[in-house]
Ligand binder design. Sequence first.
Ligand code: ZN
Length: 168
Amino acid sequence: MKRYMMNDLIFAEQSQRFKVYIPGYLLIEIQKQCILAYPNETGGILAGKYSRELDCAYISELLKAPPGSKSGRTWFLRGIKGIKKKLDRLWNKKTYYLGEWHYHPDNSSTLSNQDIKQMFSISNNPNYKCPEPILFIVGGKQNSWEYSVYVFPQCEKYIHLNLVELHS
Ligand SMILES: [Zn+2]
């Protein structure tokens, strides 16, 4: 069983069928990357594992923008240099590619048409071995972050997950 901490984020499908768990320490690391990149976009890869029932994705590793990544204020092109090696190393630790994250500086965390296209190309790409990749988008800026999470099942419509409020 995972123990949830104060600063962890949990996103769930409306039906609660599928959940994505983002630990607080990872969120802080992503925020750091966003602050460094501001006012440009940045992004990278999310890795972790699924629950045995496959109804929850636990993100535990963050890959920041690899060498060769390019970005501007409203676009980000993730490089691929060194990615395979890093993912292979994680795979050996039973930690798998789960999806992508990126930053929309001073903007809403809602996904763009370009984001949708990119994610469906990943879900249909056998090299990623990830038929339902997750997209985590950070919007806004320091002290006014905004978050969105989406899942992209193969050949289907994408699913938007809502932030679950944690009650103590
Ligand atoms: Zn985007």
